[in-house]
Design a protein around this ligand. Structure first.
Ligand code: URA
Length: 434
């Protein structure tokens, strides 16, 4: 078998056999296929896609390129909730302790933030002393004692994805539905949860800018999940404005906790209870999603949920007192209000620009080696559908260093579109697929 023949077949839209896909990927992983050949192959996939048989084999080889985690020894029904990435997405921080109150465990690997989207790891690391479980054993212990199992990706899980993603990043081949779907699903399949819930973000702040593309990605991931016999559901959720109000690590931790106290923003609360409702449905604790959502809504604001979060933070070496005392979190020393120049109704808030503003303040990374300032970020005071007066605050910037405040202010102001006519509040859940 020759790699050049495989590339040519893909270029000419001829189907590849399982053996050809396996040969190509396994030899790339072992270093026998050079980057330039794999780059050409990825570009051919970018243009010509993959059929389902190719996609399943591609995902299978990816998944088996490293360790598989099966969580033997955990007695809970385990959910892996994954978001495709957005701005202000602190869902896991609120969802995991809520699920734990229903006896549902979370088993998930989380990432660090890059670019305008934040990562769950960075958010938890705002908490003094906090460090995620490093090994499978530590994770199993933490899940058994708290119901919450979130850890960072380790290099031993789907190492092929790491290599492929780095190559895609520099060859313009990231935005390919089969490549994104196999990348995400190989990592979901390598960790054996009882239910996979995918939150595919749709809108200007997301990978998928429009609903048709998002549905294609969702369908592709559902087909992969089913092929591998997994219990899987997908939520398409709005990312045409940031989720909730807070963007930035500590600020998001606070908002997630406030939500568990029943004081969270409406859109974020709705997403969290819907995801919890789906988990209850998957576990067959309820007959309908509506029933699941009702149960989740009733559970919010109970001490059990906050105690679960405290137990998780403590088990990870963190200061659990932050749950009742936010002054123990690092928060930007200075604030600046971003003031509206117009009066009217908020029609749009470009989520990506808000994410970038938070990033230049220090809340995120432009490159993977950047160091984060956990205390800085943005809190939106107005969301789509709200009214605003001239001179009223649209958002508050939290900062420690003046250097980028003017630029962040400008970006946030530019992200808001204020019009004289009324508009409605967008729905956070666009569709649920299974
Ligand atoms: N997230 C992933 O894990 N992989 C992709 O290819 C895109 C988003």
């Amino acid at each position: 078998m020759r790699v050049v023949d495989i590339i040519q077949k893909k270029r000419d839209k001829q189907p590849l056999s399982d053996a050809e896909i396996r040969f190509l990927l396994e030899n790339y992983l072992s270093g026998d296929v050079p980057d330039y050949q794999l780059s050409a192959f990825l570009m051919a996939v970018y243009f010509n896609g993959m059929n389902d048989e190719e996609l399943f084999e591609f995902t299978d080889v990816m998944m088996n390129s490293g360790d598989l985690i099966d969580f033997a020894g955990i007695n809970r029904f385990l959910i892996d909730k994954h978001s495709t990435g957005g701005v202000g997405d602190k869902t896991s921080i609120a969802l995991a302790p809520l699920l734990s109150a229903f006896g549902i465990g979370t088993a998930k690997l989380s990432g660090k933030g890059l670019g305008h989207t934040g990562g769950t790891i960075d958010k938890f690391e705002s908490i003094a002393g906090f460090s995620f479980p490093q090994t499978r054993e530590e994770l199993v212990n933490v899940v058994n004692s708290t119901g919450i199992g979130i850890m960072g990706y380790s290099d031993s899980i789907v190492p092929l994805d790491k290599q492929l993603y780095a190559l895609r990043d520099v060859t313009g081949t990231v935005p390919s539905i089969p490549l994104i779907a196999s990348s995400i699903m190989s990592k979901k399949l390598a960790v054996h949860a009882d239910g996979i819930i995918l939150d595919v973000k749709v809108g200007n702040g997301a990978f998928m800018k429009d609903i048709d593309q998002a549905k294609k990605l969702a369908d592709t991931m559902l087909r992969i999940g089913k092929r591998f016999d997994r219990n899987i559901m997908v939520v398409l959720s709005n990312m045409d404005q940031p989720l909730g109000n807070a963007v930035g690590n500590s600020l998001e931790v606070i908002e997630a906790i406030e939500t568990l106290k029943g004081l969270g923003p409406e859109d974020f609360t709705e997403l969290v209870v819907t995801l919890a409702g789906i988990a209850l449905l998957m576990k067959k604790d309820v007959k309908t999603l509506e029933e699941g959502i009702e149960k989740a809504n009733d559970m919010i604001n109970s001490d059990v949920v906050l105690d679960n979060l405290k137990a998780f933070i403590k088990a990870c070496g963190g200061d659990e007192k932050i749950v009742n005392d936010y002054t123990r979190l690092p928060i930007g020393r200075e604030t600046r209000e971003v003031v509206s120049m117009k009066e009217g109704y908020i029609h749009r808030i470009m989520a990506e620009d808000i994410g970038k503003a938070a990033m230049i303040l220090g809340a995120g990374r432009a490159t993977k080696d950047d160091v984060i300032d956990h205390g800085v970020g943005v809190v939106l005071r107005k969301k789509v559908g709200d009214t605003v007066q001239t001179g009223e605050s649209l958002a508050t910037i939290y900062y420690n260093d003046m250097e980028h405040v003017d630029s962040a202010n400008k970006m946030i102001l530019g992200a808001y579109k204020v019009e004289p006519h009324e508009t409605s509040t967008p729905l956070v859940i666009k569709e649920i697929l299974k």
